[in-house]
Design a protein around this ligand. Structure first.
Ligand SMILES: NC(=O)c1ccc[n+]([C@@H]2O[C@H](COP(=O)([O-])OP(=O)(O)OC[C@H]3O[C@@H](n4cnc5c(N)ncnc54)[C@H](OP(=O)(O)O)[C@@H]3O)[C@@H](O)[C@H]2O)c1
Length: 384
């Protein structure tokens, strides 16, 4: 029986984690659940899974009514739940907000099943230092794949990591066509059903850029040894090239319940209700990413290489730009432009090894990105 905390339980990752729990009630005890503001869904999850604690980051606790769970509310409440003594904290919170929860869980000695890639993007070295050996299990499908390919291998056997990208809904559009891409088009991902932010990041290839930074920290591999390929079928999730040139690939049906259940139960496996990969008459294709059109990927890799405040600024500017695109304030190609402009102005920040230090770089970049978004709107005559 694993005692788990599912934080961000009302999101895409959180809901699928609870599907896994529902399918294997004998394997899990849910100690805690948390959401930002979705009181309706959180209330029904509490009724079904009977956690001891629940947290509502940004909502009216009275809307939850009497649930039987001890309720924490307000900013920082998910972070506090991450301190509970559990076997695994699943961090399914979206964006920079997830960092504090990862740090709090690791500092409390908990193992983290990490979906919140932003934690490693903005504070990779620090977070890996807190995690030590074996207390961070990736849930991102590509990183879970690589993690599984690396099991039992010695460092000197490994020469490169392979990360696949679906290419999203726009993979073959021209730069001109991308100017007319609307939020509703970008939200139609061909293979994955995910939250809005990661779906837009997938369409722009920023998601893959964030994942390259995540892989660099998780597996301690230099940027030049991490290869991204576009694989439209989303069946091969990642791989490892060995010193003799052979490659170990990981394939699985594109369903997040697999990496989530593996992250929650590692090193054990259960049937996540997904079914095996089919081999009859299937075609797998691999292509180079189009960096000249989807500029967010090379921008992210460059920010990762620069380190320090650069990946923090990249992530913050991207979060602001994604919101602005969803609000139709900027066009799709401006997702990369806003980020690039902010990266071009990053001042000196000291060592980013405290939440306050990372937060101050994040705040700076958000303000800068909002100003850039405003200038783009003025430039296009959207506002006077
Ligand atoms: N979805 C996928 O298939 C997928 C795959 C790989 C990796 N990931 C990564 O997993 C993370 C979660 O993605 P998602 O798609 O599940 O996102 P999502 O559907 O938007 O869900 C986000 C969850 O976080 C909660 N939340 C939002 N802001 C918060 C805050 N400030 N403090 C505490 N909780 C907060 C939300 O609560 P409310 O519902 O109340 O707003 C919700 O429960 C992201 O880092 C993403 O990149 C996702």
């Amino acid at each position: 029986m694993r005692r788990i905390a599912v934080l961000g339980s009302t999101g895409s990752i959180g809901r699928q984690a609870l599907d896994v729990v529902r399918a294997h009630p004998d394997r899990f005890e849910v100690a805690a659940l948390s959401a930002s503001s979705n009181t309706g869904l959180l209330r029904s999850q509490i009724r079904e899974f009977r956690p001891e604690y629940a947290a509502l980051e940004d909502g009216a606790p009275e809307d939850l009514g009497e649930t039987g769970a001890e309720l924490l509310s307000g900013a920082g409440s998910s972070e506090r739940l991450a301190e509970l003594r559990v076997d695994t904290v699943l961090n399914g919170i979206v964006g920079f907000a997830g960092l504090a929860t990862t740090v709090s869980a690791l500092r409390s000695g908990n193992t983290v099943a990490l979906a919140n890639k932003e934690s490693l993007v903005v504070a990779g070295e620090w977070v890996m230092g807190l995690a030590g050996e074996g207390r961070l299990v990736p849930v991102d499908s590509e990183h879970s794949a690589i993690f599984q390919c690396l099991l039992g291998r010695r460092g000197e056997e490994v020469s490169k990591l392979l990360l696949t990208a679906s290419g999203g809904p726009f993979f073959d559009l021209s730069a001109e066509e991308l100017r007319h891409a609307a939020p509703e088009d970008a939200l139609k991902h061909p293979t994955w059903q995910m939250g809005r932010k990661v779906t837009i990041d997938s369409a722009s290839m920023m998601n893959k850029g964030l994942e390259v930074i995540e892989a660099h920290h998780l597996f301690g591999v230099p940027y030049e040894d991490i290869k991204v390929v576009v694989h439209r079928q989303s069946v091969v999730h990642g791989g490892v090239t060995l010193a003799d040139g052979s490659v170990i690939l990981h394939a699985a049906a594109p369903d997040m319940r697999l990496p989530i259940s593996y992250g929650l139960l590692y090193p054990e496996r259960v049937d996540a209700g997904v079914g095996p990969v089919g081999f009859d008459g299937v075609t797998w294709t691999f292509a180079e990413p189009r960096d000249e059109v989807f500029r967010s990927l090379p921008l992210a890799v460059e920010a990762g290489r620069s380190g320090g405040a650069y990946p923090v600024a990249l992530n913050a500017a991207n979060e602001v730009a994604v919101e602005a695109f969803l609000d139709r304030r900027i066009q799709f190609p401006e997702l990369a432009t806003v980020t690039e402009e902010v990266l071009g102005r990053v001042p000196q920040f000291g060592v980013l090894e405290s939440l306050e230090a990372v937060r101050s770089a994040d705040r700076w970049a958000r303000e800068e990105a909002l100003a850039v978004v405003g200038r783009h709107e003025v430039h296009r005559g959207l506002v006077r």
